[in-house]
Write a protein that binds this ligand. Structure first.
Ligand code: ADP
Ligand code: MG
Length: 217
């Protein structure tokens, strides 16, 4: 991103933000309302900046937008899930939209949900899901396929500590290969494993390099 400006109702939420995102875990921190979700929506091409440029693999958007989307796994902070579908049906819809092999995606979804404690419920309607179960489903669909760019907006919200740590372990594993950009209340715990910690405050971005980026045990 270069010189990104994002304005809502005349108010600059992001002000001349420039950043390179690299493989590994990048944590996005900052006070509530700072613009973390806004930045992730720009990364995910769910919104466009008012000014500035975004490149994917050295190719500018909008030309490279479809290539970026093919490489993308995105878990938005707030999303309405289709209550009448089961979790598995929803995941398979997402897999179809991503153009994935459905048999392979089904196996991957089963393995992912097993790890994050959702597997027993995947054939139940989403209508019966708690907030924490919905979070995990949104997370799991973002991880389907082998996305090289993963944007996760509060994937550990509403989760108990143990479950949040299970989700964190999956994220760290993926961050060995993919660019993972996330906001989380577990930022303090994950910071030593991050390649970068970006703080948004008053529309500006400050970077403080994290410790490692080594692969999860
Ligand atoms: N679609 C929108 N329309 C108007 N204002 C918005 C919109 N989305 C976000 N904002 C405002 O932009 C600011 C940053 O929001 P957000 O990116 O959600 O922050 P964070 O995720 O860091 O809590 C907030 O003041 C929020 O009210
Ligand atoms: Mg947010």
């Amino acid at each position: 991103m270069r010189g990104i400006v994002k304005t809502y109702r005349g108010r600059k939420i992001l002000n001349e933000v420039s950043c390179d995102f690299v493989p590994g875990l990048t944590l996005l921190v900052g006070p509530s309302g700072a613009g973390k979700s806004t930045l992730l929506r720009l990364v995910a091409t769910a919104e466009r900046p008012n000014r500035g440029s975004i490149e994917w693999n050295g190719e500018p958007l909008p030309g490279a937008r479809s290539k970026l989307r093919q490489a993308l796994g995105y878990a938005p902070q707030a999303v309405d899930l289709p209550d009448d579908l089961t979790a598995r049906e929803f995941a398979m819809h997402m897999a179809a939209l991503k153009g994935l092999d459905l048999a392979a995606a089904d196996l991957q979804f089963a393995a992912l949900t097993e790890r994050i404690g959702l597997h027993a419920d995947i054939n139940n309607p989403i209508a019966t899901f708690s907030g924490g179960m919905r979070r995990r489903l949104i997370f799991a669909q973002a991880m389907l396929g082998a996305p090289r760019l993963i944007a996760l907006d509060e994937p550990t919200a509403e989760l108990d500590r143990e479950t949040a740590e299970r989700v964190g372990a999956v994220i760290l594993e993926r961050a060995a290969e993919a660019i993972v950009i996330m906001t989380t209340h577990l930022a303090d715990q994950l910071a030593p494993r991050a390649v970068d910690v970006l703080r948004i405050d008053n529309g500006l971005l400050a970077s403080s390099r994290g410790g490692g980026g080594e692969e999860a045990a």
